[in-house]
Design a protein around this ligand. Structure first.
Ligand code: HEC
Length: 238
């Protein structure tokens, strides 16, 4: 039933003459149509329109042949050479003594994790507090755990689905690696691992390193690492 009604209504839509369209082109009705919509009959208009169109096309062709301003702009795209400067570079080096404003990043240890000798630093550039470690843990679970696993053993979900397996953080080499080295891996990437410089700001990178240190401790701790007053509590839980 509903189909039938639908069909019928569509049929009547199609069948109904549309105002203006059919009638406008019928020659005897042309004057009527003109009076109604104020249009010049197309028969009288066509040659004029065609002439204008032809003129426009010719003009466009003529002008595009000798002027390419929008195509060939007098500008340098990156790394394009230049005859203007003696060194042939369009990219100009910073003038000597230029001082960055807003992002000097002068604290090399903090921003690169490397000391003046170019070697990764052992110490953190700021005191590590419980807040920092907690922040690091949260960032770690977001950015690192998908591959490295929440324990840092390298068994994250992406690895279980086929991504290259990273080494465990609990191997001696990484346990003994300076903190600046771990910071460098986050900042610059390592082998198959991309860098996280764009996603994680320096302070959070250090916070993650602090958390990785905590993870490493957690998997290699002995009873000697537990403060005496907490030992009893631990023994009691056994
Ligand atoms: C997309 C997966 C992935 C993510 C996410 C990831 N890593 Fe890795 N990571 C790897 C892989 C794979 C390797 C081993 C790369 C290789 O050996 O080529 C690796 C290696 C490492 C290493 C060891 C470098 C060495 O000297 O062997 C460290 C440290 C590390 N990642 C830290 C991190 C930290 C911290 C994060 C979070 C900010 C992180 N990774 C996020 C995949 C990942």
């Amino acid at each position: 039933m509903p189909t039938e009604t639908g069909d019928r209504s569509r049929e009547s839509e199609v069948g109904r003459p549309r105002p203006g369209v059919g009638a406008g082109h019928a020659r005897p009705a042309a004057h009527l149509d003109r009076a109604k919509v104020g249009r010049t009959p197309s028969s009288a208009r066509d040659p004029l329109v065609a002439l204008f169109a032809l003129a426009a096309v010719l003009l466009a062709l003529a002008s595009s042949a000798c002027r390419q301003d929008m195509h060939d702009q007098p500008k340098y795209i990156p790394l394009r050479p230049s005859d203007f400067f003696a060194d042939g570079r369009s990219e100009r080096p910073l003038a000597e003594g230029t001082v960055a404003r807003g992002h000097l990043n002068g604290d090399a240890e903090y921003y690169t994790g490397k000391g003046p000798d170019g070697q990764p630093v052992e110490a953190f550039p700021f005191p590590v507090t419980k807040d920092i470690i907690e922040r690091g843990g949260q960032r770690f679970d977001i950015y690192c755990a998908p591959c490295h696993g929440r324990l840092g053993d390298g068994g994250g979900m992406i690895v279980r689905r086929g991504f290259r397996r990273p080494p465990s953080y609990h191997i001696d080499r990484l346990r003994n690696a300076p903190s600046g080295y771990l910071y460098g891996v986050i900042s610059s990437g390592f082998g198959a691992m991309q860098d996280y410089a764009a996603q994680i700001e320096p302070r959070d990178r250090w916070a993650i390193v602090a958390y990785v240190r905590a993870l490493q401790l957690s998997q290699n701790a002995s009873i000697g690492d537990v403060p005496p007053e907490a030992r009893e509590q631990l023994e009691a839980r056994k």
